[in-house]
Design a binder for this molecule. Structure first.
Ligand code: S3P
Length: 450
């Protein structure tokens, strides 16, 4: 899991109109949570539509190591026989979460209130990311953690033998931190409370309710307050994982910038904590419509239809929308290059601590392709060149970051000259069928060595 083998250089070339139906994979956030909560329930959880990307497979393996019985039944179909809250066994070996920040942070939370010890590691990207944001709150439950300088992996977590419930205000907008605290709270007696200043994706809260936990959510003056009653017996569930809006972003954005395109991306979750990109694109003047809007499993879902949009304008993205589109700024910046005028993206400090420093990675790659980018610690802006005027011709470093790789693959579909990726391998972490799916729409993405 730590690293994905030899680099896979790729080239993305000007593509004919993209057309057809893009069936994107299952939601990564919900897939991780399905496996972890399934492992903490008593009995058999049945999952369909699970994302079978490297990140999620890492979480499936981790749940086995903690004692759950996890089995793949077919394409995206899995069963998890859980050990119950507090039932995790001590893993015999190091838990390697590969590239997955969500995987490692949620699992650290889930085991922090059990009397077991586990050591976590990951690839070079994950080993450079801050874990203090999780080890600080789990210490309040009574867990101890020993990692490298700066709270980096590899790290050993010694779970609390007598966990106490916690009241915690998250210092940054992070669903991973919120979720780690809630999962740790499951095995603490009494009520664990998390307060978040800005609402972040709420899948953990929703799914905990589905699994039978008592969770209440209130809007207060300090923010969104989530209260969990500890030590429930979680009931196994039948989970149909919706398709990932963060993966849908790539075919949608590619269609907006490739002349003549018309692409349908069906069954996309439009949970308001995830859908910010689509509203931003509409604000820019994109021809993007939600068709067949409906509720599925309590979540708003729609089919997205995206058409070539030569009249998009740069805008200032509202900073209070950042949490609901945090993973989509890289591909938004690609679209912004084809709009007229400047797109400003303030309030995005968290982009600096993702799978890569995404502001830095995108700024370097966009500049290498003739696009002007300005940046500060928590903001950046892209100067739009208008449709069909973006030069391209650069080689970009994808820095172990799937979303950087896919964003530049989209860029190359509409630039004058091809865009080269030093390594497309990271794409497999979240969107293993990206290449055939985009090829099916008409994209020209090739591997350089084949
Ligand atoms: C995720 C939360 C976000 C997001 C990540 C998935 C999750 O990270 O960037 O891709 O599933 O909880 P933060 O919570 O750190 O913002």
């Amino acid at each position: 899991m730590s690293g994905h083998g030899p680099a896979i250089p790729m080239t993305s070339r000007k593509s004919g109109p993209l057309s057809g139906v893009a069936n994107v994979p299952g939601d990564k956030s919900i897939s991780h949570r399905s496996l972890i909560l399934g492992a903490m329930a008593v009995g058999e959880t049945h999952i369909t539509g699970l994302l079978e990307g490297e990140d999620v497979i890492g979480t499936a393996n981790a749940m086995k190591a903690f004692g759950a019985d996890v089995e793949r039944l077919g394409d995206g179909e899995w069963r998890v026989n859980g050990v119950g809250v507090g039932g995790f066994q001590e893993p015999e070996d190091v838990i390697d979460c590969g590239n997955a920040g969500t995987g490692v942070r949620l699992i650290m939370g889930a085991m922090a209130s059990s009397p077991i010890t586990a050591t976590f590691t990951g690839d070079a990207s994950l080993r450079s990311r801050p874990m203090g944001r999780v080890t600080d709150p789990i210490a309040l439950f009574g867990a101890a953690s020993y990692g490298r300088e700066g709270g980096k992996l590899p790290m050993t977590v010694i779970g609390a033998a007598d966990p106490v419930p916690v009241i915690y205000t998250t210092p940054m907008a992070s669903a991973q931190v919120k979720s780690a605290v809630l999962l740790a709270g499951l095995n603490a007696p009494g009520k664990t409370v998390v307060i978040e200043g800005e609402a972040t994706r709420d899948h953990t809260e929703r799914m905990l309710v589905g699994f039978g936990a008592e969770v209440t959510v209130e809007d207060t003056d300090e923010g969104r307050k989530i209260t969990l009653t500890g030590q429930p017996e979680l009931m196994p569930q039948t989970i149909i994982v919706p398709r990932d809006p963060s993966s849908a972003a790539f075919p949608v954005c590619a269609a907006l910038i490739v002349p003549g395109s018309d692409v349908l991306v069906p069954n996309i979750g439009l949970n308001p904590t995830r859908a910010g990109l689509f509203y931003t694109l509409q604000d820019m003047g994109a021809d993007l419509v939600f068709e067949n809007e409906r509720l599925e499993g309590g979540e708003p879902v729609a089919d997205l239809r995206a058409k070539y949009s030569p009249n998009m304008k740069g805008i200032t993205v509202p900073p209070d929308r950042a949490a609901s589109m945090i993973d989509e700024y890289p591909v938004l910046s690609v679209v912004a290059a084809f709009a007229t005028g400047k797109t400003e993206m303030p309030g995005v400090h968290e982009l600096r601590v993702k799978e890569s420093d995404r502001i830095d990675a995108m700024a370097k790659g966009l500049r290498a392709n003739g696009i002007t980018v300005e940046e500060g610690e928590d903001w950046w802006s892209v100067e739009g060149l208008g449709p069909e005027n973006v030069p391209g011709g650069g080689t970009v470093a994808t820095v172990l970051d799937h979303r950087i790789a896919m964003s530049f693959a989209c860029l190359g579909m509409a630039t004058q000259k091809p865009v080269h990726l030093d390594d497309g391998g990271p794409i497999a972490t979240s969107f293993p069928v990206f290449e055939p799916l985009m090829a099916g729409l008409g994209a020209q993405i090739t591997r350089d060595n084949t």
